[in-house]
Design a protein around this ligand. Structure first.
Ligand SMILES: Nc1nc2c(ncn2[C@@H]2O[C@H](COP(=O)(O)OP(=O)(O)OP(=O)(O)O)[C@@H](O)[C@H]2O)c(=O)[nH]1
Ligand SMILES: [Mg+2]
Length: 221
């Protein structure tokens, strides 16, 4: 062979680093803004139908007159959850994500850009219903709360250990249905303990109100 060898260029692109790195930066900015306004911000995630909205409604009812609340609803296409929480005289901001299975920090920034955050003490963010995508995206919230419920079957925690690992709290919801469904709540708690022995776990029925006051207390309200 004659001539100089061809030059080859190899570029390593770490998609995870680029994507998640940009999100982490945006989340840090959100966090700074939330701190400036003295807000408590909770990112509530969980599979479809575990009771995220019902839990937020229960928390809002108990905080009525004590805290000014804003709810941010993440949903692919509808305003159903925002309307439900709005019917409790709570201000809401809807984010329709279209095809995205999670909220990200930039969406939160854009959605809250023209909102006067000084009016509020607490922001409940309801993430898009699933147990996979939301866990990887920080929003700048103080806590990530994962809601699992007894209607999803016994394997949710074992199948989604990473989501549990990234949570600050787990709510086991719909405990009012545990006996009817012959659901072993203690076994689910053990599964959670396997992933993180110290993770705070709350047994709640957002419907009957059981355990909601305990959760509020743990949240510092
Ligand atoms: N029995 C019982 N039903 C509940 C409880 N919490 C929620 N539900 C019911 O479960 C269904 C789903 O509740 P949602 O609050 O809409 O659940 P979600 O997690 O917000 O659902 P998506 O936003 O669609 O992901 C509704 O029919 C609720 O009334 C509970 O603690 N006990
Ligand atoms: Mg909902």
């Amino acid at each position: 062979m004659t001539g100089s060898p061809k030059k080859h260029k190899t570029v390593g692109i770490d998609i995870r680093k680029d994507l998640f790195g940009a999100n982490e930066d945006a989340a840090a900015l959100n966090k700074k803004k939330f701190r400036e306004h003295g807000l408590v911000v909770l990112d509530i995630m969980g599979s479809v139908g575990t009771g995220k909205t019902q839990l937020i409604e229960a928390l809002c009812d108990r905080l009525r007159g004590r805290r000014q609340i804003l709810m941010v609803a993440g949903d692919l296409a509808t305003t159903i959850d925002a309307d439900r929480v709005g019917s409790h005289e709570i201000d809401t901001v809807q984010i329709n994500t279209g095809t995205a299975c999670h909220l990200d920090a930039r969406m939160i920034r854009v959605a809250l850009d023209d909102v006067d955050l000084s009016k509020y003490d607490v922001v409940f963010i309801e993430n898009v219903g699933n147990l996979i995508c939301p866990a990887g995206y920080s929003l700048g919230a103080d806590k990530k709360i994962v809601v699992v419920s007894v209607t999803e079957g016994p394997y949710m925690v074992r199948k989604h250990p990473l989501t549990i690992k990234r949570a600050d709290m787990v709510v086991i919801n719909k405990i009012d249905l545990a006996d009817i469904l012959e659901f072993d709540v203690d076994a689910l708690v053990r599964d959670i303990r396997e992933v993180d022995a110290d993770l705070p776990v709350f047994r709640v029925s957002s419907k009957t109100g059981d355990g909601v006051d305990n959760l509020l207390k743990a949240l510092g309200f």
